[in-house]
Design a protein around this ligand. Structure first.
Ligand code: RB5
Length: 148
């Protein structure tokens, strides 16, 4: 898979570790930065990854900031994006199986690097279940279209 990855300054070290791990699993990584530690604005990186996923340039995305919350809020403003914060492996598989999330977000101030890697692996290996879950996703996107 092609995995887009992005982060703010709070998560650069975790991003480097997660990025190498995702590559070691055999995936291609597109790194949207930041690679620095100086203060920056998470919406910029959330938007870059979200636009790449929405355009089909990447199959899915991984976003990292201090809590995972801010960068996920930004990503969800891009049409077609379903991004949620994962801090445990149960959410990591259900977010794909039920919500068909195309991006996951994590907080570098919340999860350690071993858990973050487990979360990403779990998410990448999970499969969307479809059926009633697709109906609910369709409802979400109708809200996005202003039809509901
Ligand atoms: C940056 O200090 C921090 O606010 C950001 O990384 C993130 O946690 C926001 O949700």
């Amino acid at each position: 898979m092609k995995v887009a990855i992005g982060n703010d300054h709070a998560a650069t070290d975790l991003k480097m570790e997660v990025m190498e791990y995702v590559k070691s699993l055999g995936h291609e990584v597109i790194n949207f930065g930041t690679d620095g530690h100086e203060s920056c604005n998470y919406p910029e990186y959330g938007e870059k990854v979200a636009r790449a996923v929405a355009a089909g340039e990447a199959d899915c995305g991984v976003l990292l900031c201090g809590t995972g919350v801010g960068i996920s809020l930004a990503a969800n403003k891009v049409k077609g994006i379903r991004c949620g914060v994962c801090s445990d492996t149960t959410t990591a598989h259900l977010i794909k199986e039920h919500n068909n999330a195309n991006i996951i977000a994590m907080g570098a101030r919340i999860v350690g690097s071993e858990l973050a890697k487990d979360i990403v692996k779990t998410y990448l290996e999970a499969e969307f279940m479809g059926g009633r879950h697709q109906t609910r996703i369709d409802m979400i996107h109708k809200i996005e279209e202003g039809q509901q």
